[in-house]
Ligand binder design. Structure first.
Ligand code: KG4
Ligand code: ZN
Length: 337
């Protein structure tokens, strides 16, 4: 087995078709094709996502290989997101990766998407970013998941807490939808929040036991606040857009940080990290840094390009699976949840 593995990573679980090449954990290329087709629908339309992946996957993989200066014959393994995600979308990536692994006679590396979000911290990209030491606590926040994970080693993770209903990203996206903003709303809420007062509107902070979280009450309360406001005053949303965004964002960030802080204390682990699409959020990034400074903990926040879905994190997870000799059967079945 090669001691400097060259791994192709392929991601197609949701609405990004992405591919990347890592040489011994160092990123050589990272190509992402987004899908504008969902913008006007207020969320990802599964059928449209699958079709877009089908169109994009060949050119995206070709570009990743070209940008890396690597031929397919030089690859030591093909890593692919095997779940969780939209089944039709996953099938495009996994069928492609299975066929490629079979044709090239190299191992197939079946990656869990949420594990890959955590392993994004280990991608080497020529900067002086230091990877976390084990064990550490990772708040993994994406469009479909919200997890507090105890990371003992690259392939040994335990979920300590999760949302009991909606994900944090869902609360951002649906909050944006109520305001008439296109999908994905998280980045727009982030942008508008800069000019708003986070204390202007009070939203509920659900008291869920342990390290679990809840966002459906926040979503409902925000929906009610906006609709009631608009009934009383047709200009309400326009006038209060910035304050509404800032208040929603702060409410979500408060819930996330309370639980991350609690996890750090209850597990006596002074190393915290965030990853996943929502970790691109400016307020979350700033306030997680402040939490770590206050407590004297170390903190790891990935560069923006490795927060939202990308192929490099899949290749990184594939790198660890390759090193551990954990190869998937070519008929491995993807899982939606
Ligand atoms: O990890 P990701 O790219 O895809 C999934 O695995 O779901 O996460 C996408 C989620 C979406 O809900 C999107 O609105 C949210 O991440 N997001 C943000 C920001 N950038 C992306 N949420 C808040 N602030 C942001 N800057
Ligand atoms: Zn993701």
């Amino acid at each position: 087995m090669s001691s400097t593995p060259i791994i192709l990573g392929i991601e197609s679980s949701c609405d990004e078709t992405a591919a990347a090449v890592l040489v011994n954990g160092v990123v050589r290329s990272n190509v992402i094709a987004g899908q504008d087709v969902h913008r006007l629908w207020g969320g990802v339309v599964p059928e449209l996502a699958s079709r877009a992946h089908q169109e994009n996957i060949v050119p995206v993989v070709a570009e990743a290989l070209k940008n890396a200066g690597v031929t397919k014959e030089e690859l030591h393994g093909i890593a692919v997101t095997n779940g969780p995600g939209l089944m039709g979308a996953l099938l495009v990536g996994t069928c492609f990766a299975r066929s490629m692994a079979q044709a090239l006679n190299v191992p197939l590396l079946a990656v869990n998407h949420m594990q890959a979000h955590v392993l994004a911290h280990f991608i080497q990209d020529g900067t002086d970013r230091i990877p976390p030491e084990f064990p550490f606590l990772n708040l993994t926040v994406s469009g479909g998941h919200t997890l507090i994970v105890l990371v003992r080693s690259p392939l040994d993770m335990e979920v300590l807490g999760t949302t009991v209903d909606d994900a944090a990203g869902e609360a951002f996206d649906k909050g944006a939808k109520v305001l008439g903003l296109p999908y994905p709303g998280g980045p727009l809420i982030d942008q508008y929040s800069k000019g708003g007062d986070p204390k202007k509107f009070k939203l509920p902070n659900p008291q869920i036991p342990g390290l679990d979280m809840s966002f459906s009450g926040v979503k409902t309360a925000f929906n009610g606040l906006v609709r009631m406001g608009a009934i009383k005053d047709p200009d309400f949303v326009e006038r209060e857009r910035y304050n509404l965004c800032a208040s929603l964002q702060q409410c979500i960030v408060d819930i996330l940080l309370q639980k991350l802080s609690k996890a750090g204390h209850s597990h006596s682990i002074p190393r915290i990290a965030i990853s996943g699409g929502v970790s691109a959020n400016r307020a979350l990034r700033e306030q997680v840094q402040q939490l770590a400074d206050r407590e004297g903990w170390t903190v790891h926040i990935p560069p923006l390009s490795y927060c939202t879905d990308n192929g490099a994190m899949i290749a990184m997870a594939g790198h660890f699976l390759f090193q551990a000799g954990q190869f998937a059967a070519l008929d491995v079945v993807p899982y939606a949840r």
